[in-house]
Design a protein. Structure first.
Length: 291
């Protein structure tokens, strides 16, 4: 399907794909491999063994080998540090955006790009806590549930990518963030009681941020406009809205203005049916006390 450049690289007008397939699509993996080969060439030219190079940028020799062989994707900050240590003059940093995009599954790359320019993000969830709100322990527990299982390298990459996305809460001109979730999401003990306890405590902390609203729909609520399942609405800095959904191995990034507007209106109804933000934080505190 042809790409819609108005959305951002990695996203189509309506994009559907394998939600838990390879670490990146074929082109993305090629980028990672090419970057690794470039870094290795520059390291060898500089006369540095992997151990010494790794020590200078803060990683083990085995991690450097993973980067050079394209089995692991470095963060933008790591790329900048490697470029500096190898005196590469920008030969590595020029890869930064492409490599960063490749750290996400192909089905999520368009959404990741939108998050970076969002002025508002609205999210309704029914199964798991939203990735932006997850603790690292909760992330690992959820990723461990995937079937077929994810390999260790992919798991580490997904965790690192999700943690990096969470800078959305504290960046300059932080967007308005609203999260509504069913009570059942807060009761599922993925990873055990301690993991859930840590996750609920984290929600209470994030919920105190001035640009964040967290709301809960109790199980005994008799009305819900969210019966069609979870979704996210993002408003970009130019005012354009997009609606994103994932389900059973497929994902859709809806760019049609009418459909995105309808999704935003639906979210407004869902939000009105939930507890208020203050009531929701008190509700989460009660759940925490039950653990």
């Amino acid at each position: 399907m042809p790409m819609n450049e108005d959305v951002g690289e990695g996203a189509g007008a309506v994009m559907a794909g394998d939600a838990e397939g390879a670490t990146a699509d074929t082109s993305g993996q090629a980028v990672v491999v090419a970057f690794g080969q470039t870094m290795k060439t520059l390291r060898v030219r500089a006369g540095l063994e992997r151990e010494e190079f790794g020590r200078r940028i803060g990683y083990s020799a085995s991690t450097i080998a993973s980067y050079e062989q394209g089995r692991r994707i470095p963060s933008p900050r790591t790329i900048e540090r490697a470029d500096e240590v190898l005196d590469a003059g920008g030969l590595l940093t020029v890869w930064k955006e492409q490599v960063e995009r490749a750290q996400y599954p192909v089905f999520f790359q368009g959404m990741a790009a939108l998050e970076k320019t969002a002025i508002e993000l609205l999210s309704y969830d029914t199964l798991v806590v939203k990735g932006l709100l997850q603790t690292e322990e909760y992330m690992r527990a959820v990723l461990a549930m995937r079937r077929p299982p994810l390999d260790q390298e992919t798991t580490e990459q997904r965790v690192a990518a999700r943690l990096a996305r969470q800078d959305i809460f504290d960046r300059q001109s932080a967007p308005l963030l609203s999260f509504v979730m069913d009570e059942s999401v807060l009761r599922r003990r993925f990873g055990g009681t301690d993991v859930l306890r840590g996750q609920l405590e984290h929600l209470l902390l994030v919920g105190q941020k001035r640009n964040v609203e967290i709301q809960v729909i109790p199980l005994d609520c008799e009305e819900s406009a969210g019966v069609d399942g979870p979704f996210t609405v993002v408003t970009r800095d130019d005012g354009r809205k997009f609606a994103y959904t994932e389900a059973q191995g497929t994902s859709t990034l809806q760019t049609d203005p009418q459909q995105a507007a309808l999704a935003a209106a639906r979210y407004g109804i869902i939000r009105s049916q939930a507890l208020t933000p203050r009531e929701s934080l008190e509700f989460i505190e009660r759940l925490l006390g039950e653990l």
